[in-house]
Ligand binder design. Structure first.
Ligand SMILES: [Zn+2]
Length: 223
């Protein structure tokens, strides 16, 4: 009983967590994703008792939600899932701080279950920067390219549809990435030590090809 694998993916922005998460959903493990961003977005009108204000108003005012409030909404969403204790779950974009990590331990315990694996995506900063800053997308067919790792066969022309216009996300620039990385290093990276101490940490080399990283993760989860 209670055989669901509940896993956390840890890693800097651009490390490939999102891609691996999609692959795990489609895998034999049939993971479901607990996306905190989505959960909070669906609770914008819910009033947070401790603060006497709805979620939307708190976030809109630029205040961060307290860790225990975030965990409260995650638990609420999980309790609405069918047979959650036997469901494989990925926590996506969460926990982001030690406080959230501690609250998550308490919450899973209160449900009579626990996190089984924390996958740490190890990646070199220079590669990360190239991945994020070099990213572009065909304006017509959405095919993803990268200036460093995955250029179109003919420069400036989409391989798939021949379109000559490419778009970049506004936040894919070095300045924004630097800020997101420093946020990650100061707040999220301490979680690596936290989960190591709990004996839950497994690392993968996220510099490797997508298929290799995926194979490594499946191996870890199969142990
Ligand atoms: Zn195209």
């Amino acid at each position: 009983m209670n055989s669901g694998k509940w896993i956390v993916l840890l890693g800097a922005p651009g490390c490939g967590k999102g891609t691996q998460s999609e692959l795990l959903v489609a895998s034999d493990f049939s993971f479901k994703v607990i996306c905190v961003g989505d959960i909070l977005r669906s609770n914008l009108k819910t009033v947070v008792p401790q603060l006497g204000k709805p979620v939307g108003e708190i976030i809109g005012g630029g205040t961060l939600l307290p860790d225990d409030v975030i965990v409260y909404f995650v638990k609420d969403a999980m309790s609405k899932m069918d047979d959650v204790l036997n469901t494989n779950l990925i926590f996506d974009g969460f926990p982001r701080t030690i406080g959230q990590g501690e609250a998550l331990v308490k919450m899973t315990k209160s449900l009579g279950h626990e996190i089984s694996h924390v996958i740490n995506f190890e990646i070199d900063d220079a590669i990360l920067t190239k991945r994020v800053v070099g990213r572009s997308k065909c304006k017509s067919c959405d095919k993803i390219y990268n200036d460093y790792f995955n250029k179109p066969k003919v420069l400036g022309v989409c391989d798939i549809c021949g379109c000559k216009e490419f778009v970049r996300r506004k936040d894919d620039n070095e300045e924004v990435l630097k800020n997101r990385l420093s946020e990650y290093y100061s707040k999220t990276k301490p979680l690596i030590e936290f989960y190591k101490n709990l004996g839950l940490l497994f690392s993968v080399n996220a510099d490797a090809e997508t298929a290799t990283v995926y194979k490594d993760i499946i191996e870890i989860l199969s142990k």
